[in-house]
Ligand binder design. Structure first.
Ligand code: FAD
Length: 441
């Protein structure tokens, strides 16, 4: 049936994009929206269920290009949402950003395109003193060996991620959206009938039927529907260390510091006084053979520990920047799954063969900061009113993934020794963080 405000709509995944889609559809007046998730929400495996995320939405695509237009428009909509939408107001901290690289190759990559330049409002950073001066005395105590980069005071910063995700879900619920979680919400496959998709099959209980199905299952989407190698589920690694109340005070309102080869951090969260650090690398896959034995697939799994080699990278990043924290024990760590398309542009499209199926996937490492706006794009896709340039860029494009090179770095970097896509199957040792006194979140 044609889409109408009383159409039944199923959204698979209550993570970053699924919950944003539910909210936007409810705001547009749709009255029969059900969101399914395998986990209690916010899901422990949602990439967005994290204390904070970087918001730095400037594009380095050439001015005048379609890519630049699409990127700038989405950034504008997202920032307006962070500043004006009551659901997100106060959660964006416009504290600025420091972006850097260490090796010659990294520095060259950083300076390519129309991104970091004085003309675009960035100040060059060349010496360790330049870096140290971007934060209050006592924060950056490191020597920044080989570091060069850029600093900008406004238009970028960080967002309170979990809070934003929770607020999105709460507001969607208030507007009448139903969320079903656990085995009843765990989607195994889609219901195919009459050359279309008519619902989803779940682990427990009868299948759900609906007029439209929107797939927003993040890194797990390819386990539910054949995405023709357009997604590469890959994981990154994050760790927390506990800060004292005094340190938390000193560390307030810091710019985000991101070295594209070494890692990044933002200020500690106010509730738990924990500082999150991510070590940077081209990602981990978890290569297995598909159940029918024909394909190599990267299968996501949840784990609240990280490889020892990731711990070492994290501590090495801390030694460059804040050696006084480099040996502090981790209070929390986890692997965090996302999924890259071949060109890291999003995949938001109706499916060419199944008219009732909409895909909202391919966060590609930069999909969180759009949470206030991305659901509107997915809703436009459902309604077939997407901006033509956006539609073209985010289209279903299996031709770009034929014989996909799974080891492609996709413009990501790691420190020497980790500058390649890694495989969890080869990891020998993991951290052993003791959660006996607290549940991992
Ligand atoms: P998710 O948020 O992961 O949601 C997927 C949902 O689907 C989950 O709730 C899951 O439980 C559910 N699900 C899975 N399988 C099933 C199933 N079978 N049935 C039902 N439900 C299912 N972006 C930024 O903008 N800035 C950053 O600083 C940033 N940092 C990042 C750091 C790390 C370590 C990682 C991994 C990602 C980062 N990202 C960042 C990217 C961003 O987090 C993701 O692009 C974004 O959260 C993806 O949203 P999603 O809705 O596609 O997936």
């Amino acid at each position: 049936p044609p889409l109408a405000l009383n159409s039944s709509i199923l959204i698979v995944g209550a993570g970053t994009w699924g919950s944003s889609t539910a909210l936007h559809l409810a705001r547009r007046g749709y009255r029969d929206i059900v969101v399914l998730d395998s986990y209690p929400i916010p899901s422990p495996i949602s990439a967005g269920n994290d204390i904070n995320k970087i918001l730095e939405l400037s594009s380095s695509a050439p001015r005048g290009s379609a890519e630049r237009y699409v990127s700038d428009k989405l950034a504008e909509d997202a920032i307006r949402g962070w500043k004006q939408d009551p659901v997100y107001k106060g959660l964006y901290h416009e504290t600025g950003a420091v972006t850097a690289a260490t090796s010659e190759r990294g520095r060259e990559a950083l300076n390519e395109g129309d991104g970091y330049s004085e003309a675009n409002g960035w100040t060059p950073l060349k010496t360790k003193e330049d870096f140290r001066k971007t934060m209050p005395a006592g924060v950056l105590t490191g020597n920044f060996p080989g570091w060069q980069g850029w600093y900008k005071k406004d238009g970028c910063g960080w967002v309170q991620a979990r809070r934003a995700l929770q607020n999105t879900i709460l507001e969607a619920k208030r507007l009448g959206v139903t969320f079903i979680t656990g085995e009843r919400g765990q989607v195994i496959s889609l219901v195919y009938e009459d050359a279309d998709v008519k619902g989803v099959v779940v682990t427990e209980g009868p299948a759900f039927r609906a007029d439209r199905v929107i797939l927003c299952a993040g890194a797990n989407a390819a386990r539910i529907f054949d995405l023709k190698d357009q997604l590469r589920p890959s994981a990154w690694t994050l760790a927390h260390i506990k800060m004292t109340p005094e340190e938390t005070k000193l560390y307030r309102n810091l710019p985000v510091l991101f070295n594209i080869e070494r890692g990044f951090f933002m200020e500690p969260d106010e509730d738990n006084h924990e500082l999150k650090i991510c070590d940077e690398h081209p990602g981990y896959c978890n290569w297995e053979t598909s159940p029918d034995g024909t394909q190599r697939v990267s299968t996501p799994f949840a784990y609240h520990q990280i490889p020892i080699e990731a711990e070492e990278r994290t501590r090495s990043f801390l030694r460059d920047t804040m050696p006084h924290l480099a040996d502090r024990p981790f209070s929390f760590a986890r692997i965090c799954w996302c999924a890259d398309t071949p060109n890291r542009s999003f995949l938001i499209s109706r499916h060419p063969d199944y008219p009732s199926l909409v895909l909202g996937v391919g966060g590609s490492g930069h999909g969180f900061s759009y949470i206030p706006a991305i659901g509107s794009v997915i809703a436009d896709c459902l309604e077939d009113v997407m901006d033509p340039k956006q539609k073209q860029l985010f289209r279903w494009r299996p031709e770009t993934a034929v014989d996909r090179d799974w080891s492609d770095l996709q413009d990501r970097f790691g420190p020497e020794g980790s500058n390649h896509v890694m495989d969890f199957q080869r990891v020998k040792a993991w951290t052993n963080i003791d959660y006996s006194r607290r549940e991992p979140r």
